[in-house]
Design a protein around this ligand. Sequence first.
Ligand code: EPU
Length: 349
Amino acid sequence: MITKTYSRDLSACNTFRMKVSCRIFIEYDSIVDLLSLDFEDMLQPVKHIGAGSNILFTRDFNGTILHSAVRFIEEIGGEGDEVLVSAGSGVVFDDLCEWAAGRGLWGPENLSHIPGEVGASAVQNIGAYGVEAKDIIRTVYAYDTVSGEFVHFDVSECGYGYRDSMFKSPGCQGRYIITHVVFAFSRKAAPVLGYGPVKAAVEAGGQPLTPALVREAITSIRKSKLPEVSEMGSAGSFFKNPVVSVDKYNEVLAEARTSIGPDVTVPHYEVSGSDGAPMVKIPAAWLIEQCGWKGRRSGNAAVYEKQPLVIVNATGRALPEEIIALEDKVRVSVRSRFGIELSPEVEHI
Ligand code: EPU
């Protein structure tokens, strides 16, 4: 079935709860229905969205918004302990996590409680607590709006990086509409407990380790740190964690030792750059907190009090301009204090 609405209010279609509208909104609930849409005749620009949980609508959208309600989850095979599961792009990602945990399948449990849908998870390479979508994706199926054909990409062809994929690249943006994703889960225990608080929470109860137990621990950690999008508008992490050179990291450390104290440590993770050079990832949350933004309000927008990486619609009445003004202030502060440019993780439309 296809549902088409005109001049639709998008407040319920973006977790930031921006009160904007689009000229045309089209939702389809099967791949056959997607195929019947006439892409050439659609009011431009066209934007396909998921749950709107990583989007900041900066103004009314004067084109067509597409949304998938393709919502099947199916076990389709697998060898040995591996279980291949196909999920429609419109499945709520956390429903997939619940489905897997309910069957004792390992794989997506660390990604529990992340807002968003399956299609977007494959575009954005969502990640949390040491696991990224790319670790469990096997194949991404899509409709190519340029060739009019169905295509599929092995995970190795998707160009996955930190919150990045080929689907976000300039040449591909808007070209492929993801219809479904095949994930590889496992019956064999494969817990990822490298993140201290997860390990502690899982071990606290002394119960046997199951995907459901890890899912429960992750869910309660997320609830304690991040705003519930049902209660307060946000799009999760607003900024990416910056990756800087070792020299830059040393400059940040020197600055922190001068301004905070000689014993201060700067949280960081060693990573390798695209050319293999050693680089350092510094949590944006730390940089933002050091600049005094944690919990600070600016109009109806605020930097979340428990996790400064998140900008929230504090009153529910924030306008896009207020979110952007706060984003700019935070970026300017971090740039002038540490010489680091934060880039938004949230897509601005
Ligand atoms: N920190 C502070 N102050 C705070 C909170 C955190 O200084 O108030 C520092 C601490 O040093 C802490 C570090 O930041 O150890 C990392 O914090 P956290 O573990 O909360 O993770 P993050 O790097 O801030 C990333 C993801 C989250 C994901 C968590 C857990 C990005 C942009 N964000 O945040 O993803 O849930 O790791 O793995 O990579 C999202 O993408 O929307 C999202 C919430």
